[in-house]
Write a protein that binds this ligand. Structure first.
Ligand code: PNW
Length: 438
């Protein structure tokens, strides 16, 4: 059965930040620090999904999706990241999973969608190798409770974006500005993925995946310097987090002045490269890259920007065929080592306010989805084994450093009342999901 779903993440929708024993995460800390999130928005209340989840399950059932990708808040389940369990936290996900199953929706649970327990950050976060082991212990706990009903487990969401924004540039929690010294956070996340995979399987998880963010990379010209820049960017964005999983080795990092990936110990790559049941791929847009200006540039590439395409409210270029290019390119690169692919996120932000008729006429989102679904079809027809597609996102939600300013939902959410109204794109997708040929 092809999985058609919507995706969300705990900190972006749940709210109830201090309720029922939930511990603090790095996003609670970061969002409450003045100047970090636009207009001081926080996820304290968000979509109040913690209380309104039955309505959200009904919205998905009515939409006609057969799967839902959500994330578990680590600090709701383990307030200090390890040690004492918060039973009320596990109970919440238990109720949600039961509700999904009753509605015929296959749950796909992500363990880590960027909301590290603050207590673990205080010990170094992903710069500390021990965090990998704590992820595995948390994975075992979650799976022991839920794996009888949750067939699909995703260890990490976009470790690349988490490393770059959280540890290299500091625009996301935990707000560190380490630039290339952030790289141990790459290896420790991957090690955590490997250890968590073992723990999940031991606890009865049927399918284990990881979700990586990928972007087709376009050189700005055919000049050798631009080609080298594109290759360097491709290494960082696409290969750094996927080669170790599928090929058992890090890509060549010499363009970054490194002889080897930092923090790697003997035996780590065997743990990281265990077989996967699927690869989650998040696609938003391609990246055009050129050679950097100056004599001693900090990085071996520069963003050249993409013109000639429509853009989302975020300013991201809309290039539907990039999804086909990405998926067929991954099959070319990894061949038989590429497991079944699940597009675990794809979507766009739009300034969606209801019109005078109370309806959000998000035609640009309909065009976005129609184009990307065509590209998905083309990739499948070209022989890529794609088994799922999840729209980001079910609801307008807390869009990280942008707060509530970027709206990605198929369903409009009025903040802070939390009132939900399906947008035109929701009705369009519902029709799409009803058609037998897709
Ligand atoms: C993803 N980029 O993040 C995340 O998984 C979601 O939580 C998030 O809400 C969604 O995409 C929309 O932003 C990304 O700059 C953040 O390329 C940044 C990028 C890509 C994905």
């Amino acid at each position: 059965m092809f999985l058609w779903g919507t995706a969300t993440a705990a900190y972006q929708i749940e709210g109830a930040a201090a309720e029922d024993g939930r511990g603090r995460s790095i996003w609670d800390t970061f969002s409450h620090e003045p100047g970090k999130v636009r207009d001081g928005h926080t996820g304290d209340i968000a979509c109040d999904h913690y209380h309104r989840w039955p309505e959200d399950v009904r919205l998905m059932a009515d939409l006609g999706v057969n799967s839902y990708r959500f994330s578990i808040s680590w600090s709701r389940v383990l307030p200090a990241g390890r040690g004492a369990v918060n039973p009320a936290g596990l109970d919440f996900y238990d109720r949600l999973v039961d509700g999904l199953c009753a509605a015929g929706i296959v749950p796909a649970a992500t363990l880590f969608h960027w909301d590290l327990p603050q207590a673990l950050e205080d010990e170094g976060g992903w710069l500390n190798r021990d965090t990998a082991r704590h992820l595995a212990d948390y994975a075992a706990l979650a799976a022991e409770r839920l794996a009888d009903r949750v067939p699909m487990w995703i260890t990490l969401n976009e470790p690349f974006i988490h490393m770059v924004f959280g540890y290299a540039l500091g625009t996301h929690a935990p707000g560190r500005t380490l630039f290339l010294d952030a790289l141990p956070a790459a290896h420790h996340q991957l090690l955590g993925h490997g250890l968590a995979t073992q723990a999940l399987r031991a606890a009865g998880a049927r399918q284990v995946l990881i979700t990586n963010n990928h972007s087709p990379v376009w050189p700005d010209s055919g000049a050798p310097a631009d080609l080298a820049a594109a290759e360097a960017y491709d290494t960082l964005h696409n290969r750094l987090f996927t080669d170790p999983l599928l090929l058992g080795a890090y890509p060549d990092l010499s363009a970054f002045g490194l002889e080897a990936a930092p923090a790697v110990r003997d035996g780590d790559l065997e743990i990281i490269a265990q077989p996967l049941d699927g690869l989650g791929v998040n696609y938003y847009n391609p990246t055009r890259v050129r050679a950097p200006a100056g004599d001693a540039p900090p990085l071996p590439f520069e963003d050249a920007g993409i013109t000639g395409h429509p853009t989302t409210a975020f300013g991201w270029p809309v290039v539907p065929d990039g999804l086909r290019e990405l998926l067929t390119g991954m099959k070319d690169r990894y061949g038989d080592a590429l497991p079944p692919v699940y597009v675990t996120e794809n979507g766009c932000s739009q300034p969606d306010e209801p019109g005078p008729d109370g309806v959000v006429h998000d035609q640009a989102r309909i065009d976005f989805l129609a184009g990307h679904l065509d590209a998905l079809r083309a990739a499948r027809d070209a022989g890529v084994d794609v088994r799922g597609y999840y729209v980001w996102s079910l609801l307008d939600n807390f869009e990280w450093a942008e707060g509530y300013h970027q709206r990605f939902g198929l369903v409009h959410v009025d903040f802070p009342t939390g009132h939900r109204t399906p947008k035109a794109s929701y009705h369009w997708l519902k029709e799409f999901l009803r058609t037998p040929e897709r």
